[in-house]
Design a protein around this ligand. Structure first.
Ligand code: MTE
Ligand code: MO
Length: 271
């Protein structure tokens, strides 16, 4: 083989200062064109969002973003996605209160946590039953979808421990097993005793290690406006899913009703 068979560059490379004027001008115009386009995009996107109202009253492009969030939310499992935590001193001394749906009347006399089960009678449990499980504390940034957030200090039992102890969330009636997802129901439904507020949670988020059946705020029993005697604390979700004053819990393969999803918010609202 001859040495002259080496491939050669098809076009000569010009040093920058040798560029003919016509090309330089064209490049300049091109650059200005991109600049003009770049400045136009935000407005264009804004108009697009504003004008395309989609399903459930949510603007369609936003809806699409939220669908991506849903796909991400569904990959949560065990400790693969932990919400950042803070030292106890970082917690607000006075936790903010937001939302009174389902908690406007006094806590029912003789309150019990009712758990509906597929092939068994409902369980009726007390806060002491929940307190019998290992206690976990979490200090994290609680986020409300309305735009505020606050570092708060909660304590309670892991929902996953609770589901394990009472063999909940499975078709078989066995302990939930992350390796046997076919046996798991897809959702947990929660509602207040008066059924005025209700949420649905994907099972992956329910079994997340930071998800608590909470009975304490700042080291004290939760007060009525914060959801006494027992509320859900689910850091991988926005505030809306953190149902206060749980009355009933059930498991389902179809989406349980959800108060704010019915009013146009994304069903998953994951973080
Ligand atoms: N029963 C009930 N739970 C609820 C609500 C509500 O209106 N009723 N509001 C939700 C919303 S939107 C938020 S931000 C949090 C607020 O919890 P907090 O009042 O303890 O701050 O509770 C959630 N859980
Ligand atoms: Mo909220």
């Amino acid at each position: 083989m001859s040495q002259s068979a080496k491939p050669k560059s098809a076009e000569p490379q010009l040093p920058e200062d040798n560029i003919p004027e016509s090309i330089a001008r064209r490049r300049m115009i091109k650059a200005f064109g991109w600049f003009a386009l770049a400045s136009a995009v935000p407005f264009g996107v804004y108009e697009w969002v504003k004008n395309s109202v989609g399903a459930q009253g949510i603007k369609r492009p936003l809806r699409n973003v939220l669908n991506v969030n849903e796909a991400i939310a569904r990959t949560y499992f065990s400790d693969t996605h932990l919400i950042p935590t803070f030292p106890v001193e970082a917690a607000a001394k006075q936790a903010r209160i937001n939302g009174y749906d389902g908690i406007k009347s006094p806590i029912p006399e003789g309150w019990k946590l009712q758990i509906d089960r597929a092939n068994a009678t409902p369980l009726l449990l007390t806060v002491d039953d929940v307190k019998a499980l290992p206690k976990h504390e979490i200090v994290y940034e609680f986020k409300c979808i309305e735009g505020w957030s606050q570092v708060q200090h909660w304590a309670g039992a892991r929902l996953s421990d609770f589901m394990e102890k009472y063999k909940l969330g499975t078709h078989s009636g066995n302990v939930p097993n992350p390796d046997n997802t076919n046996d798991l129901f897809k959702y947990v439904g929660l509602e207040t005793p008066d059924k005025e507020y209700y949420v649905g949670i994907d099972i992956e988020s329910a079994l997340h290690p930071q998800t608590l059946l909470a009975y304490e705020l700042n080291g004290q029993p939760i007060t009525a406006p914060h959801g006494a005697p027992l509320r859900l604390i689910i850091p991988v979700k926005y505030g809306v899913k953190n149902l206060k004053r749980i009355g009933r819990m059930f498991f389902a393969d179809t989406r349980p009703r959800d108060f704010w999803a019915e009013r146009g918010y994304d069903y998953y609202v994951g973080l």
